[in-house]
Ligand binder design. Structure first.
Ligand code: ADP
Ligand code: ZN
Length: 753
């Protein structure tokens, strides 16, 4: 082990933060600076330091330097900074301030916040090895949940690849996760990933886009344009919801506003949920802006990404298009940030600290110098619409489809009636006959099967209702091991009642439906139909889902799939959409289940009738009276909102409170729980002194065990976000014992931990 050293007279020290810190290593650390690199050590510079007992080479960011400190105020011996990472652009002053704001805002280690702002390390043209998922990114989470991996590094690699959109350089994976190559090798051996080699060159992007000329705006678009232009001319932060159905011309509106912003010498960021799923958006942006736009793909090599980042910083381009992390694009005079499909969960960073949402970062970035944030959606988050309704943020509505295409005809089929007449399978008589009509007419159909989570519900087959928690109104989850129902929010448990509390019925349904079962049923019903299945097993690699779609578009009759068929892609010839079981959406154990149901069903329905023919949509359900289902059926956002917002208010759920999750992860199940319970006690004591603060029971997390580590969580509710931070700050957490690996805090979480 390297000996720590005493400093000589007049020697310089620097204070640094580790880039991947935990709550236990988030402090500012003082290091000595060698003469040779003293000139390079400035605030914002990225460097390597020896850290911990083993002096592991660790990346850190310099925060302050003390030129003639010589360490005389220190009570302990200090080590030296090893070297400067020349490949990184140092953080600017504003970026350091942003990182500091983020650290406060997210109660998260400062170094990790700074890390969000640093582009990946560049490299020279050479052969580089990549790892690529053999499944679509959307399936990674459920795979990890299955607890097949004994080694956490393997899970981390999978999650990392997910965050990168499916593939990444192996060197980068090892560096970013501080791991060896062995988890990558093991994953490749077990066929979860593939390894391939690619030549990386310095060659840059060449925009060879087809021009996409501006169109004369419709009256609605024009009014929206004027309103938002007026917001841009004020020198303050404004937010505005752009509420418009698909095809109402939102994208054209964005393009025009961006053009305006550029013409005034400012810059804009366009965010989309997943860049690989939006080739159309990319074509329009490059077709309109040519070399003035840069696209931040997830599939870019690090060096290419780094160069594009440089072009942004140097002002060579004025527009950036990309997914969540593009919100950090280092423009100097940023005036407009747009989140398209703002309700999508991908805008929230789930796995790593800080758990930021792109919309929050957008606000932090624009709050000093002013600018506009647009939230575009046909089905906005409830919070966003609520804020628009209270006039906290602006609102523009695009109600008409530009090409006046009619909305599809939607119908609900009651599956209880089917059970009554002895239909045992997943498909109703109505849906079967509609598929048959389509087959005879040579038209395509799309069948949506919701992939069940890891736990199920119990539904009364007489009234279609599932059992809900008395306190939270959240559907309770059935645990087959104990035969009991449990509320995953408050921990309330119950036995399965003999009779349904809603209607007195005595027959219950606990079945779950998967895509494979649906496929075999369909194939039996329609032996000559070409059925294309789209799920984890049929789509492999990043381009995998594209292949499936091509296959379906070429000569498929029925596309059968999960969540992923709801988004992104256009299927011109689809005239029929069927949803097999809306109940599994409705009864998901999250307070946002109704909101998600409405959003997803509206999106799925929108898949029908994109071509010249009007579409037909069939929703199969047991709980046919459900309001989110019915609102989706009539495509009525306002009706849905009115019902849902009242429920949220009466149950003290967001947007009427802010929810925070504190997660405890550790190998020692008992110890992790005990520690969590002590923390809960400490939090409750602080909460007791605050108005509107509640700390719920400690419970097993939704994902109870991951990679050999047990997971527990506490949910807190506070009146505001500031209260959440105050509660966290004013609580003295007990010391973390050995068996507990980490504690995470996620304010306003996306998926429940
Ligand atoms: P959204 O983003 O709301 O789904 P788009 O911007 O993609 O809607 O517009 C839907 C279609 O209408 C696109 O094909 C687009 O080219 C076209 N479009 C949009 N605005 C106009 C306009 N003002 N005049 C003619 N066509 C338009
Ligand atoms: Zn409950």
């Amino acid at each position: 082990m390297e000996q720590p050293l005493f400093l000589e007279e007049g020697k310089m020290t620097a204070e640094v933060y580790l880039l991947s810190a935990t709550k236990a290593t988030q402090n500012k650390y003082t290091y000595a600076v060698k003469e040779e690199i003293a000139g390079k050590i400035l605030p914002g510079v990225i460097c390597y330091v020896p850290f911990g007992g083993g002096n592991r080479k660790t990346q850190a960011v310099v925060w302050n330097v003390n030129p003639e400190d010589n360490g005389k105020n220190l009570k302990y011996k200090i080590k030296e900074i090893s070297e400067v990472c020349d490949n990184f652009r140092p953080l600017s002053n504003e970026e350091m301030l942003l990182a500091e704001r983020m650290s406060e805002f997210y109660f998260s280690p400062l170094g990790n916040c700074a890390r969000c702002l640093i582009p990946p390390e560049g490299n020279k043209g050479r052969e580089v090895r990549f790892a690529k998922l053999t499944m679509p990114v959307s399936e990674v989470d459920s795979l990890c949940r299955e607890d097949r991996f004994r080694n956490i590094s393997q899970v981390k690699v999978l999650q990392y690849l997910k965050d990168c959109g499916g593939s990444a350089q192996i060197g980068e994976i090892m560096k970013d996760l501080s791991c060896s190559e062995s988890p990558v090798k093991t994953l490749a051996k077990n066929k979860f990933i593939e390894i391939y080699t690619e030549k990386i060159t310095q060659e840059d992007e060449w925009v060879k886009a087809v021009e996409y000329p501006a169109m004369k705006l419709t009256e609605e678009q024009n009014n929206a344009f004027d309103k938002i232009k007026a917001m841009l001319s004020e020198n303050k932060l404004s937010e505005c919801l752009v509420h418009g159905v698909t095809g109402s011309g939102k994208t054209e509106l964005y393009l025009r506003l961006i053009e305006h912003v550029i013409s005034e010498g400012s810059q804009a960021i366009m965010l989309v949920p997943e860049i690989s799923l939006t080739p159309q958006m990319e074509a329009r942006f490059t077709g309109r802006f040519g070399n003035r736009v840069t696209v931040l793909h997830s599939r870019l090599s690090n060096s290419a990404r780094n160069r594009r980042w440089e072009k942004i910083a140097s002002g060579e381009v004025s527009v950036a298009l990309g997914a969540r992390s593009a919100v950090f694009a280092p423009f100097k005079n940023l005036k407009l940030i747009i989140l398209d499909e703002e309700q999508e969960l991908t805008y929230k960073s789930e796995e790593q600290e800080p758990h930021y949402h792109a919309a929050e970062i957008a606000k932090l970035r624009l709050e000093n110098d002013g600018g506009v944030i647009l939230y575009g959606s046909a089905t906005p988050r409830l919070e966003t619409f609520y804020r628009a309704k209270r006039r906290d943020i602006g609102y523009v509505r695009l109600a008409e489809r530009v090409n006046a295409k009619p909305l599809p005809r939607v119908e609900i089929v009651n599956m209880r009636d089917e059970l009554d007449v002895g239909v045992k399978g997943m498909f109703s008589r109505k849906l079967i006959s509609e598929i048959e009509n389509n087959l005879n007419a040579g038209k395509k159909s799309l069948i949506f099967v919701h992939r069940r989570g890891f736990s199920g519900n119990v539904i009364c087959t007489d009234c279609g209702k599932s059992f809900k928690c008395r306190h939270c109104n959240i559907p309770m989850t059935y645990h087959s091991k104990t035969g009991r129902l449990i509320c995953h929010y408050c921990g309330n448990t119950a036995t399965v009642p003999e009779v349904c509390p809603s209607c007195g019925g005595k027959k219950f349904d606990k079945r779950s439906f998967g895509t494979e079962k649906a496929e075999s049923e369909l194939q039996k019903l329609f032996p000559s139909a070409k059925i294309v299945r789209m799920d984890a097993d049929t789509t492999s690699g990043r381009e995998g889902h594209l292949k499936v779609i091509e296959n379906f578009t070429r000569d498929g009759d029925i596309l059968l799939g999960t969540q992923m068929i709801a988004k992104g892609h256009d299927f011109p010839d689809v005239t029929l959409v069927g949803v097999v079981s809306c109940d599994s959406l409705i009864n998901f154990n999250d307070y946002r289940a109704s909101e998600r149901t409405f959003q997803l069903l509206t999106q799925v329905a929108g898949r029908a009738g994109r071509g010249s023919e009007p579409g037909r949509v069939i929703f199969q359900a047991l709980d046919v009276d459900n309001y989110s289902l019915n609102a989706a059926c009539s495509q009525d956002y306002f009706k849905f909102f009115e019902t849902e917002i009242k429920l949220r208010e009466s149950l003290y759920f967001p947007p009427f409170c802010v929810m925070t999750v504190i997660g405890f992860i550790g190998r020692d199940d008992r110890g992790t729980f005990e520690y969590g319970r002590e923390c809960r006690k400490a939090l409750s004591e602080t909460a007791a002194k605050m108005k509107g603060a509640e700390v719920l029971n400690i419970l097993r997390a939704n994902v109870q065990k991951l990679a050999g580590k047990y997971r527990w969580r506490i949910i807190m509710k506070t009146a505001t976000r500031e209260d959440a931070l105050e509660l966290l700050k004013n609580t003295k957490f007990p010391k973390q014992p050995g068996g507990v690996a980490s504690v995470i805090t996620d304010i306003a979480p996306g998926n429940m931990f």
